[in-house]
Design a protein around this ligand. Structure first.
Ligand SMILES: Cc1ncc(COP(=O)(O)O)c(C=O)c1O
Length: 390
């Protein structure tokens, strides 16, 4: 008999795919759809990146290497130095990735030592791949709810000792998807202190670190965990949100050579850097901040006015200092049933949001708006929401 293993057999449908199906179904019915569900804003790619990729298409196609080109690694190093004052070298290994999703999925393969016993902590609601990667690697995915009353900040110091004893790593994601929360260097310092005391690796997903309110003074921009320490830390970066290159699949990992050194050998089995022509475009993207600043202006404007519109409608939310997400409380009439709220809004109004339950079990009763559409379309979507709630 053919079959699949227990982990694959028990997977729930992937949220983004469920939402995509819902969108296609509504579009198939000839309905106008406002898709504010997925973190994939429709903004043209900066032309210099497009040109570089176009001009780098080779006549003969060759495999990319696991390390990527020296120029790409230089661009990663220059970015870390310029943005965070962090210097790559003997204490910091860099490894290119094909976006961060596959890197996030694969890292537990190198960290889980005792299958069925080692735990990796992850935030919920959150990016679903944290949990799935841990499961496939044979670890115990251990969710940490992000609570409104705790400012949506993970508090590992409150975990019972028997959980901490079996924990080998913790996922941290600030600026946070989906809540939009930013962490301070002081909070990161507390995480580092706790992790080092318990021999826990910090996996810091920093893919939104450059999508912040452009008006913030430099000292208040979202920090990197690598600024606190590089020991026992692996940070994940991506051009998907920074440069709007979701379809190009370009990112990198940076962290402790004691982990990333051996992990490079592992990656040579299952992963490679981006295709060479994408690497060329990625170099342009990592070396420039002006095109990112232009994106920041767009997103800060959107989260500000859309957040204010939600508040005016009586929907509990806060205007985030980073990311392009708004995290709203489901209206009381839905008594915390975020899936029903989002489904009815989609079916009756054609407006797609992500219900918190599809982003993990930690925060029922919330929904996420990804500010992906232009002002006119977003206004129309919010008018529909208002009519729906009113
Ligand atoms: C928190 C978080 N991490 C990682 C990713 C993966 O991004 P990519 O694989 O496009 O780099 C996403 C995508 O939405 C995300 O929201």
């Amino acid at each position: 008999m053919f079959g699949v293993n227990e982990v694959t057999a028990q997977l729930a449908p992937y949220p983004a795919e469920t939402l995509r199906k819902l969108r296609l179904q509504l579009e198939g019915e000839g309905r106008r759809v406002y898709d504010l569900s997925t973190g994939d804003p429709r903004i043209p790619v900066w032309s210099a990146i497009q040109d570089k990729v176009r001009n780098s298409l080779p006549d003969i196609s060759q495999y990319p290497s696991v390390l990527g080109s020296a120029r790409l690694r230089e661009a990663h190093a220059a970015y870390l130095l310029q943005r965070f004052g962090v210097r790559a070298g003997d204490n910091l290994t860099l490894l290119p990735t094909a976006g961060s999703k596959e890197a996030i999925f694969h890292i537990p393969l190198s960290l889980i030592q005792r299958k069925g016993q080692d735990r990796i902590l992850f935030p919920t609601p959150g990016y679903p791949i944290y949990r799935d990667g841990i499961l496939f690697a044979g670890g115990i995915p251990t969710p940490m709810p992000l609570r409104h009353e705790e400012g949506f900040l993970q508090q590992p110091w409150n975990l019972p000792p028997e959980i901490v004893r079996d924990t080998v790593a913790i996922w941290i994601n600030y600026p946070n998807n989906p809540t939009g929360t930013c962490a301070t260097p002081a909070y990161f310092a507390r995480i580092v202190e706790w992790a080092q005391a318990h021999n826990v690796v910090i996996l810091s997903d920093e893919c939104y670190v450059d999508i912040y309110d452009g008006a913030l003074p430099e000292s208040q921009r979202p920090p990197s965990m690598l600024q606190l320490t590089q020991k026992g830390v692996i940070a994940f970066y991506s051009l998907s949100k920074r440069s709007g290159l979701t379809g190009y699949r370009a990112g990198f990992m940076a962290g402790d050579p004691a982990i990333l050194g051996p992990h490079t050998q592992a990656r040579a089995r299952f992963g490679v850097a981006q295709p060479d022509f994408v690497q060329e475009g990625a170099i342009v993207a990592w070396e420039d901040d002006a095109h990112v600043a232009a994106r920041r202006v767009i997103f800060s404007h959107r989260v500000r006015w859309m957040g204010a519109a939600l508040l005016e409608m009586g929907i509990q939310t806060q205007i985030p200092e980073a990311t392009f997400y708004l995290w709203g409380k489901v209206p009381a009439a839905y008594s915390e049933d975020d899936v029903r709220f989002c489904r009815e809004l989609a079916e009756k109004g054609g407006v797609l949001f992500s219900p918190s339950s599809w982003l993990g079990g930690g925060g029922p009763g919330w929904f996420r708006i990804a500010c992906t559409l232009d002002d006119r379309e977003s206004r129309e979507a919010l008018d529909i929401l208002q009519g729906f709630c009113g």
